[in-house]
Design a binder for this molecule. Sequence first.
Ligand code: SAH
Ligand code: SF4
Length: 351
Amino acid sequence: MNGGWGAGSHGRHLGRKAAWKLFREFISPATFQELFAAPPPLRLVVEQQLGSLADRAIKLKLKTDDGQSIECVVLLPTGKPGHPTRRATACVSSQIGCAVGCPFCATGMMGWKGNLNADQIWEQVYWAGLLAAQSGRRLRNVVFMGMGEPLHNRQHVLAAIERLLDGRRGFGLAPRHITLSTVGVPRGMIELAQRFPGVRQAVSLHAAIPEMRRRLVPKAVGDLETLRETIAQINRLQDQATVWLEMVLLEGINDDDHHVDALIAFCAGLRVSVNLIPYNTLPGHELWQPTPQPRREAIANRLRSAGIRTTIRTSFGRDLQAACGQLSGLHAASSPPSASARPAHTLPWLP
Ligand code: SAH
Ligand code: SF4
């Protein structure tokens, strides 16, 4: 696989000013194309675009040059009442499948099929940026929350981040607008914080009780104490930023008081915020259910009264199987999206 950027490998270099224009202003698709007048030698082919009517998300199905399917999601939130937003977020994949095997995640069910190289990761953002422009938006955030465990593919993911931050050859994104979600790979988290201290880190914790964490995140390396120490080190390296702790809430599994107490104890002394994620059910795996909303809110309130900043995630693209944990090339191929999905705008270079 090729992880390098070789001089001139992506046609015309963006000037700092042009990159600034691309991301600080609303831009039209024409401007986008002008900035990327010579599109990079594309290694991904866009096979399908599906727009979600319900959630304002667009799922892109992309094919690699060796015929593997990957998925990237462009989120187009409407903003808060009275404060509409014209921003967009790209949720990118770092691997094909995943080796961690979380039992609630569609990608985990595929097993590990391969790593994406830095070009393939960067290109997802490229397509997402173009789609955002077509929807009258500018792409502002990139989250590594698609398929795969990014820190199991550290070298290529770090090279892609470097390029996303680069205003001359990349998109010139602000580091704080990139978030990498990981199950907690200590070495990778520390290297990321050393090289890119501004890039936000999110840790998929799911349980602060050892047996339950082993069940929900089977192949995570290291115990919870090591993870706490790693987060403390990231806090020192990052100065101000908070590390997000992600908790997918599963009814009757990790949502009782005992689990909430353990989470509060885990957070003690760390600069962390908690993101409670409603579980997205996977067709064919209805054994688990999401924690009902009133309980989610009660958990959030308990955490807040313990002084922990807490948010409850809004999920995008559920009707497309494009929400967190629902991405899997295999799954999408065998299960067409629901009737509310419709083809999105056509990309100019779509074959
Ligand atoms: N592998 C990395 C990043 C990709 S997963 C990680 O696990 O952090 C991105 C997020 O989606 C993680 O927090 C993950 O736990 C969550 N997720 C996975 N399956 C889910 C599901 N079925 N419902 C809701 N969130 C899910
Ligand atoms: Fe892999 Fe993340 Fe899915 Fe777990 S939740 S299987 S780490 S992609």
